[in-house]
Design a protein around this ligand. Structure first.
Ligand SMILES: Cc1cc2nc3c(=O)[nH]c(=O)nc-3n(C[C@H](O)[C@H](O)[C@H](O)COP(=O)(O)OP(=O)(O)OC[C@H]3O[C@@H](n4cnc5c(N)ncnc54)[C@H](O)[C@@H]3O)c2cc1C
Length: 320
């Protein structure tokens, strides 16, 4: 049995779902959770339901907002005071930034962007995509412990841990240490939609959208089915959508349950960001578009005709 710490992030008062995905897979191990700041009783109870034993709420001056150095310093101080074999976190923007910093502090190995893992006799073995998702590599971590693992959001899916944890929660005083760079302000995107990397359904527009105004038809479909809207790099470079919406090698990596690609050709760099989606639907006027080789369902036709029809049909189906 391994001793595991799961680092969690709280976004808009919600524990990031990737934490619950990880906890669900840690059945048979001892799993604690660490968070910066506070969690209310309901949030702690939810973590416990998914198997969390102790919830450590790390607090200290300079740690109110994310600080790359401060968080890594404080977490390493906390981890050194315990005896963890593994430290998990989401392969989110923060996780991708912080976990490598943390691993270097322990001179320890990091398995990043893992999409699946098992524990056999308390030993981690994982899978992660390589070469823009063209193949999957099996990864093990050797060397000094703890070993660090980042997990791609939405990749594991929710599988509630059959054994609930005790969910005891306590404050832990930590120090941010020497911070050379301070984040003064975080300006949030105006969108109220779920972040692309965590969205369960994504509707993406490509160059074929022609302009920013036309993205409204994707917004309308997204509103009905509870999706977040993404864009290809061609659409972003053409000024139809902001870079925050870009899916792909130089954009965001997503793994939703349903990915609807509208007027996207399916270039390798785009596929790199979305090929682990569970179900892919492609709408493209060119029957030979490469996206169809990866799509579970393909619709050959004009997206400007098909998307509004889909919106109306979903409205009827969902009673909206
Ligand atoms: C280093 C590097 C990094 C990159 N990173 C990324 C990345 O992160 N993300 C990314 O997306 N790309 C990335 N690219 C760019 C990538 O190679 C492609 O150029 C890009 O993905 C193409 O975008 P697109 O599919 O929207 O446009 P296009 O390739 O122009 O495809 C448009 C598609 O729309 C179809 N179409 C046209 N009109 C309609 C209509 N009315 N109805 C339905 N279908 C229609 C066409 O048949 C075509 O298949 C990167 C490239 C490089 C070199």
């Amino acid at each position: 049995m391994a001793n595991v710490l799961v680092f969690t992030e709280v976004h808009d008062g919600r524990v990031k779902p990737v934490t619950l995905e990880i906890l669900g897979r840690l059945h048979g191990q001892t799993a604690d959770v660490a968070v910066f700041g506070d969690l209310d009783a309901g949030q702690v109870a939810e973590l416990a339901k998914h198997g969390a034993q102790s919830v450590h709420k790390l607090k200290g001056a300079g740690l109110e907002k994310y600080s790359p150095e401060g968080y890594a310093n404080a977490l390493s101080e906390f981890i050194k005071s315990k005896n963890y074999d593994y430290v998990f976190g989401g392969a989110t923007s923060m996780g991708k930034d912080m976990l490598p910093r943390l691993a270097t502090k322990f001179d320890a190995g990091l398995a990043s962007d893992v999409v699946n893992f098992t524990f056999d006799g308390g030993v981690f073995a994982g899978t992660r995509p390589l070469f823009a998702g063209k193949c999957l590599a099996k990864v093990e971590v050797t060397g000094p412990k703890p070993h660090f693992i980042s997990v791609r959001p939405n990749a594991l899916g929710m599988s509630p841990n059959p054994t609930a944890g005790s969910g005891s929660a306590a404050d832990v005083a930590v120090s941010a240490g020497d911070i050379r760079a301070t984040i003064k302000e975080i300006i949030k995107a105006t969108s109220t939609k779920v972040d692309l990397t965590e969205a369960n359904i994504i509707v993406t527009g490509g160059r074929a959208m022609k302009n920013a105004e036309n993205f409204q038809i994707l917004d309308q479909l997204a509103d009905v089915i509870g999706a977040t809207v993404g864009a290809s790099r061609a659409a972003v470079d053409s000024g139809f959508a902001p870079h925050a919406m870009q899916v792909g090698q130089t954009g965001k990596t997503v793994a939703p349950s349903l990915y609807i690609a509208c007027g996207v050709s399916g270039a390798i760099q785009h596929l790199a960001g979305m090929r682990t989606s569970k179900v892919i639907v492609a709408i493209n006027s060119d029957p030979d578009a490469p996206i169809f080789t990866k799509a579970d369902y393909g619709i050959v036709g004009d997206l400007f005709q098909i998307v509004p029809i889909m919106t109306e049909e979903f409205k009827k189906l969902l009673g909206k």
